[in-house]
Design a protein around this ligand. Sequence first.
Ligand code: CP
Length: 304
Amino acid sequence: MSNVIDILDLSVEDIDGLINVACDIIENPDKYAEKCKRKKLATLFFEPSTRTRLSFEAAMYELGGNVIGFSDSNNSSAAKGESVADTVRTVSCYADIIAMRHPKEGAPLVASMATNTPIINAGDGGHNHPTQTLADLLTIYREKGSFNNLTVGLCGDLKFGRTVHSLINALSRYAGVKFVLISPEELKLPDYVTNNVLIKNNIPYTVTTDLSEAMPQLDILYMTRVQRERFFNEQDYIRLKDSYILTPEKLISAKEDLAIMHPLPRVNEISCAVDNDKRACYFKQALYGKYMRMALILKLLEVE
Ligand code: CP
């Protein structure tokens, strides 16, 4: 494996290995401080980001490597009309590994076909976000100790929320996982995910618009932002944006050991009053993203 475009590019064994390395990095950071000396990561972000780009960059620095790249493609030659393929061919002359975010679904796949330099999909349109899923999986592992037999509620924008699509793909490979899909009708999970992942693999799932009704059964509640940037019509966004707002009152019926997750950024989906609840995991999730990206960089660069 030389690229990670989709979470399914990583086997269950690969993910176990990445989690083991990430946990070791957490315990023994000094052991890893020079593992990527003289290596360069390029971060090519054609879309805004805080967590993904900065955690990739922090990951490479903590491995002793260096970082080049852009966070605004208007300052790159993409603004002059350069193709993704030509951009990565060029950047491959300067970097050992590339993390790319792009608003167009499939752009990182196109990039991976243009170069032998490892490409990591850092989010492509409303499609996939595999390294967010790595962060999510480490969070679940450290909170729950296992991926098996979990009831996972996914709430909010399941249509455009690329982190949800990757997470469903990843968790569907574990025994006894059930999904509760909580969204307005207009933001329901795309049929291609329901059909090709849930139905095809006989994964149990229920669909509801009612978060409160779903709450008592959940082991994981994964809240998501309504993805304003994917809407064609601002009025639709305004109508749907506050469909779900998690408050302490809504958590009264939740399990004591519920894990409340969110890939962030949040807008209004989780009240700040929930942040001090011991079940809130979303800032830990952001931290764990850095460790999993460190583990992934080591794997793709084949560093022992
Ligand atoms: N979770 C996530 O992808 O956050 P950013 O958009 O800030 O990178």
